[in-house]
Write a protein that binds this ligand. Structure first.
Ligand code: ZN
Length: 100
């Protein structure tokens, strides 16, 4: 489990996790920021039809970081989450997950 996750934050507002060297929206060099690993679940769903890149069912969650930034991340396929749950984000294989 990762205690502190890093992200890149561009002056245009784009946040990338994992960090990138250049912003995908404006090609500027974003700054490296610490986003912690704690978030609150705002919503979640389970997808039963996915591309071949993902195994179905696929859990997806919308979470909010302490600073108010909202992110989509993967959840486990059981989606055993509740709205308002405080969860710990984990980065695995360049993808962001709720607790694994
Ligand atoms: Zn940018």
């Amino acid at each position: 489990m990762t205690d502190k996750l890093k992200a890149s934050k561009c002056s245009c507002g784009k946040i990338s996790i994992p960090p990138v060297e250049f912003c995908s929206l404006c090609d500027a060099r974003p700054e490296l920021v610490d986003i912690g690993s704690s978030a609150i679940v705002l919503s979640f769903t389970r997808l039963h039809v996915t591309t071949s890149e993902f195994d179905a069912p696929l859990g997806i969650a919308l979470v909010e970081l302490k600073d108010g930034t909202r992110l989509m991340c993967n959840a486990n396929s059981d989606c055993n989450l509740n709205i308002g749950d405080r969860i710990t984000l984990t980065l695995k294989d360049n993808r962001l997950y709720t607790d694994l």
